[in-house]
Design a protein around this ligand. Structure first.
Ligand SMILES: O=C(O)[C@H]1O[C@H](OP(=O)(O)OP(=O)(O)OC[C@H]2O[C@@H](n3ccc(=O)[nH]c3=O)[C@H](O)[C@@H]2O)[C@H](O)[C@@H](O)[C@@H]1O
Length: 344
């Protein structure tokens, strides 16, 4: 099959592209190489993908409509997967415009171009952040998600809504996935795991937000990729409507569905910190800080819809996943240290 994937120099896009290439598919990757974090890591991911002859890469911004149109036209893809975005919960307070242009205008460009590209399935990356501070857990896709706590979450929810309207009007089968704090090798330097490991190894304090009293349904990257691969062939249609309407989000107006990808096994932030310390064999200097503006107190996925559609849910234990990250980090350390000075 042929895939067109945006954000292949990013953490999740890279992993999905690599898996698909290993499975023998063709991938055209599209990435704007935005400098939100040191782009050397993005170049390193690109170099790893470039080992595969079936990978072709286009470097341009989503907002560059002509470049995106040309790339999609030449890819002749069966499936389009859209990861490229301005990510990060807390950075959306610093630079909301980046979210506006990338996540709204950029995603709208994807929708406009996908409608004429004849793709069989459009897949879009959304976030658990859209559940905000919902008190009822686990978070089900059918729960309300219209009280976002950050502009980041608001742009992702808007993308889901825009995509529903396009799926209705133009009949492009579309699935939006809500990710839950994905972590693992090649991960993002602005996220907790990367920051914690780097600082502990450099004997610097780690900042623990919310006095450590938060929790996350951490999802290991390989599990996320497995779920995405399985879901890519579950093209939203009445033929695969799940009979339990408490969990099914397949629209009655459009070939459109929203699916959580999370295991439903949240861990507390302090357990996470201890797991990192154990994997490194070194205690952290802990700096306890209050909750950061925009952070959600907890995330907790209901995996029921994912299981109903694919028979699968993320299962990798936190200690196994954290260890895999640490092994990768230690292995890549000299390259990373040389090249990632001043990471966010
Ligand atoms: O999947 C999601 O919904 C979101 O997950 C992550 O957001 P977050 O949960 O904040 O991920 P981390 O930065 O890895 O933070 C995990 C936990 O550690 C905390 N943290 C983070 C960084 C830090 O230096 N210290 C710290 O205590 C955060 O407050 C949070 O409770 C991603 O950054 C978002 O792009 C994504 O949309």
């Amino acid at each position: 099959m042929r895939y067109f994937i945006t954000g292949t120099a990013g953490f999740i896009g890279f992993h999905l592209a690599r898996r698909l290439l290993q499975d023998g598919h063709e991938v055209v990757g599209f990435d704007g190489m935005t400098p939100y974090y040191n782009i050397t890591l993005k170049h390193m991911r690109n170099a790893a993908l470039a080992q595969f002859p079936a990978f072709r890469q286009v470097m341009a911004m989503l907002e560059d409509r002509n470049a995106l149109e040309d790339a999609v036209a030449s890819a002749k893809a069966d499936v389009m997967v859209h990861f490229a975005a301005q990510a990060g919960v807390r950075y959306s307070l610093e630079n909301p415009r980046a979210y506006l242009t990338s996540n709204l205008e950029g995603s709208w460009n994807i929708l406009e171009i996908a409608k004429d590209a004849g793709v069989k399935h459009l897949m879009l990356a959304s976030t658990s952040s859209i559940y905000g501070a919902n008190p009822t857990v686990p978070f089900r896709e059918t729960d309300r998600s219209d009280e976002p706590l950050t502009f980041y979450a608001a742009t992702k929810k808007s993308m889901e809504l825009m995509a529903h309207s396009y799926a209705h009007l133009h009949k492009t089968p579309t699935t939006a996935f809500r990710f839950f704090t994905v972590y693992g090798p090649w991960g993002r330097p602005d996220m907790a795991l990367f920051k914690f490991v780097k600082n502990i190894l450099e004997d610097q304090p780690i900042e623990i937000y919310g006095e450590g009293k938060m929790s996350r349904d951490f999802t290991y990257i390989d599990d996320l990729v497995e779920a995405l691969v399985r879901l890519s062939s579950v093209i939203p249609s009445e033929a695969n409507r799940v009979s339990d309407e408490r969990i099914e989000t397949l629209s009655h107006q459009a070939p459109f569905r929203v699916v959580n990808i999370g295991g439903g096994q949240p861990e507390s932030l302090m357990t996470f910190v201890e797991t990192v310390e154990k994997a490194l064999g070194q205690p952290a200097k802990r700096k306890m800080l209050p909750m950061q503006k925009g952070d959600v107190p907890r995330t907790f996925a209901s995996p029921d819809l994912l299981v109903a559609l694919t028979g699968y849910k993320p299962e990798t234990k936190l200690d196994v996943g954290v260890k895999a990250f640490v092994d990768w980090y230690l292995d890549a350390r000299s390259d990373l240290e040389r090249q990632l000075e001043g990471v966010r």
